[in-house]
Design a protein. Structure first.
Lengths: 302, 312
């Protein structure tokens, strides 16, 4: 049996009295795509910094690719790639020059490998394009190429598709799944719920604690305390006031042109319709809603 | 090349109109035509009744513009930046000064008037950008991907401000409304045109226009756009996913398969859901795969975006 690519045991980091990461435990296996979701300040970055050996744990241990993340951080970093939105790409260099430069940082001089990387991220034919003229989607492919040029076994992605349009985002994720199929393990940190939806398993961080880690489908089934409804009503403000007064309604929110509500399990559409009668709300439609990771997150945050 | 080709837009007071489309679809060019930064080869643009090319000054005085790469002077203070934008737009001190504190309060920067713009956080810079765009009391706001690269909490705040502007334009005190005769009560709210790559933002707009290859190929409310794909999106869970994906692709009525972590979303042809639902499970089983669940799910704007992107 393969040992886990990431094994985190009671990992804790304190800064003075502040516990940034509080006794977390999880493991990630080879070829998995795992999301690490939480708001800013929840401890995501501190965890990643410990996994990369940039920060010493106050307690507990992280083993990455079989190495102690802190004591053997050189070995870990030589075998890991890291891609961040804030990653520096040199605007006045071409695509190829950027890739060659970063390859050099890892000691990669092999032209064939750089060509292979360009091909993998779909940038062949764009070698001599100046980076500043690339669109958001293409820049992000270049950033991925830079993270992959030394052929890492483990890839850390930090909000890899923020600001990218849905078609480019989708192409990006197809690439990530292909890498995972070839045995690369991927850990994605993000505060975008819709980005986390692409992961096979998702861990949810809040105030330094790992509150849950499971597949998106299981999280939605197990953690949301009821059923989700989409309520199309006019005016929205009146609906927003009337719904919370109904027995069994747990939560109401605005969702663009309609309202989204979570009720205790077992409520029916008719119950909601009846309860909204005589409340100065013109209900156009009530439909069963799809639970999202945002619902999971809010349910856990209570 | 036609960067923007025969596009017609009609945006009403009090409306938030979202312009979406892939990179290079023509969103930014459209906005640049609207602000008069580019001249159209054919067709015309009217802002509050003024022709942008013939009555440029009047038209320009009606809108505020915030672009993706808006420039602030980093070594000027918050107040100095606003003053600069106001004076460029021809406002005198007795016009911009009284309203600017109110605008700063509106965007939540009233405590930072003397701070250098270079020392503001990303979210605060963006609010200053919005404040600068609001100093002329525009009736039309043109926002070109204003939230790209901004964290979600700030995006949320920014949207609250935009929604407030649209629904209660007189949030700012009415005595400011006499300046230049603009922004009077009873005229309805500000009209907002916003381009965005985020579908959750698009779904907050009253109407959404989808651009592709310079053309506006669809325009409707978010609900009506989603309704176009009703009963055409199926969710499939099971294992192994790559086999599921392969088998689904083989089905003649399947138009598209998208992987989502632990599941697939399958788009089927119009009226084909029942057929696919009834045969896909057994096809997967005979190929050696396992199906945990296969069911129709409500479409989201992202599905619509991808379907429209692929359309001819």
């Amino acid at each position: 049996m393969n040992e886990p690519v990431i094994l985190v045991e009671n990992l804790t980091r304190r800064f003075g009295d502040f516990v940034a990461v509080d006794h977390i435990n999880f493991q990630v296996n080879e070829g998995e795509v795992v999301g690490y979701l939480g708001p800013n300040g929840s401890g995501k970055t501190t965890t990643i910094r410990m996994l990369l050996g940039l920060l010493e744990p106050s307690e507990g241990k992280a083993t990455v690719l079989g190495f102690d993340a802190f004591r053997q951080s050189e070995q870990v970093r030589a075998r890991s790639g890291y891609m961040s939105q804030k990653f520096a790409i040199y605007d006045d260099l071409t695509v190829l020059e950027n890739l060659t430069f970063y390859g050099g940082v890892y000691g990669i001089r092999d032209k064939a490998r750089i060509a292979r990387t360009l091909d993998l991220v779909g940038l062949n034919g764009h070698e001599s394009t100046l980076t500043q003229t690339l669109s958001a989607g293409w820049r992000q492919r270049l950033a991925l190429g830079i993270a992959l040029v030394h052929e890492p076994k483990l890839l850390f992605l930090d909000e890899p598709t923020s600001g990218v349009d849905p078609t480019a985002r989708r192409a990006f994720w197809d690439l990530i799944y292909e890498l995972a199929n070839n045995g690369v393990t991927i850990l994605v940190t993000t505060h975008y719920m819709d980005e986390a939806e692409y992961c096979e398993r998702v861990g949810i961080m809040r105030n330094g604690k790992l509150l849950a880690m499971d597949t998106p489908s299981n999280l939605k089934r197990d953690i949301i305390p009821g059923d989700v409804w989409e309520v199309y009503a006019e005016p929205l403000e009146a609906g927003l006031e009337a719904l919370p007064e109904i027995e069994g309604v747990l939560r109401v929110g605005l969702a663009g042109d309609h309202l989204r509500t979570i009720t205790k399990r077992g409520k029916r559409k008719d119950d909601l319709l009846k309860a909204l009668k005589g409340k100065n709300v013109n209900v156009k439609d009530i439909a069963v809603g799809e639970p999202t990771l945002e619902d999971v997150f809010i349910s856990l945050a209570r | 090349m036609h960067a923007v080709n025969d596009v017609s837009l009609n945006i009403r007071a009090g409306e938030i109109y979202g312009l979406v489309g892939a990179d290079g679809a023509g969103k930014t060019t459209t906005i640049r035509l609207l602000v008069g930064a580019l001249k159209a080869d054919a067709g015309d643009v009217k802002i509050c009744g003024y022709d942008i090319n013939k009555q440029t000054e009047q038209a320009r005085s009606q809108f505020g513009y915030l672009s993706q790469r808006f420039s602030l002077y980093e070594d000027l203070t918050v107040l100095e930046n606003i003053r600069f934008f106001a004076e460029v737009r021809g406002l005198k001190a007795n016009e911009w000064l009284p309203r600017c504190m109110e605008i700063l309060e509106f965007v939540g920067l009233e405590k930072f008037t003397d701070r250098k713009a270079g020392q503001l956080s990303g979210g605060m810079k963006q609010k200053l950008g919005l404040a600068s765009a609001l100093v002329t009391k525009p009736r039309v706001l043109l926002l070109d991907e204003p939230t790209t690269g901004v964290d979600p909490v700030t995006r949320q705040d920014f949207w609250q401000l935009v929604i407030k502007l649209v629904s209660s334009p007189l949030h700012l005190s009415p005595n400011l409304g006499n300046l230049g005769g603009r922004w009077r009560g009873g005229e309805g709210g500000v009209a907002v045109l916003i381009s965005t790559p985020y579908m959750d933002e698009a779904s907050r707009c009253h109407r959404v226009g989808f651009m592709k290859d310079g053309k506006l190929i669809a325009e409707d409310t978010p609900s009506n756009l989603r309704a176009r794909l009703n009963r055409r999106i199926l969710e499939l869970r099971g294992s192994p996913l790559h086999l599921l994906r392969h088998v689904a692709h083989q089905d003649e009525d399947v138009e598209d398969v998208q992987a989502f972590g632990d599941r697939l979303h399958i788009r089927v042809g119009e009226g084909k859901a029942q057929g696919v639902l009834s045969r896909l499970k057994s096809k997967i089983r005979s190929a050696g795969g396992q199906v945990d669940e296969l069911r129709p799910v409500p479409p989201v704007l992202e599905d619509v975006f991808i379907a429209l992107s692929e359309s001819k």
